[in-house]
Design a protein. Structure first.
Length: 97
């Protein structure tokens, strides 16, 4: 088997860092999401906004560090320059705007 994958990017990062190499993780996440879909309540209402925002910020900083800092030794100089240029353009121009 290869790396575990998920449409939930944070779950993929967590699984990869914990060394999960089984598809069982994906099945459990999928089943849990399906059960939450069937439950007629909004689960997010039980969490304060700063908690959800903090988790989102944590994953954003973590992904940014992976791409901008840790990737430097893994890619060539032109590729890293393109990565930095892309980051700077997205930050200055925006993605959706």
């Amino acid at each position: 088997g290869g790396f575990t994958g998920s449409y939930i990017f944070s779950q993929t990062i967590f699984s990869q860092r914990q060394g999960v190499d089984s598809t069982l993780n994906g099945w459990i996440v999928g089943l849990g999401e399906f059960v939450l879909f069937l439950v007629p309540i909004d689960v997010l209402q039980f969490f304060p906004g700063f908690y959800i925002g903090g988790i989102m910020a944590f994953f954003g900083v973590d992904i940014m560090l992976d791409w901008l800092v840790h990737s430097r030794s893994k890619v060539s100089l032109p590729e890293y320059g393109l990565l930095l240029l892309t980051f700077l353009l997205v930050m200055s121009l925006g993605v959706i705007e």
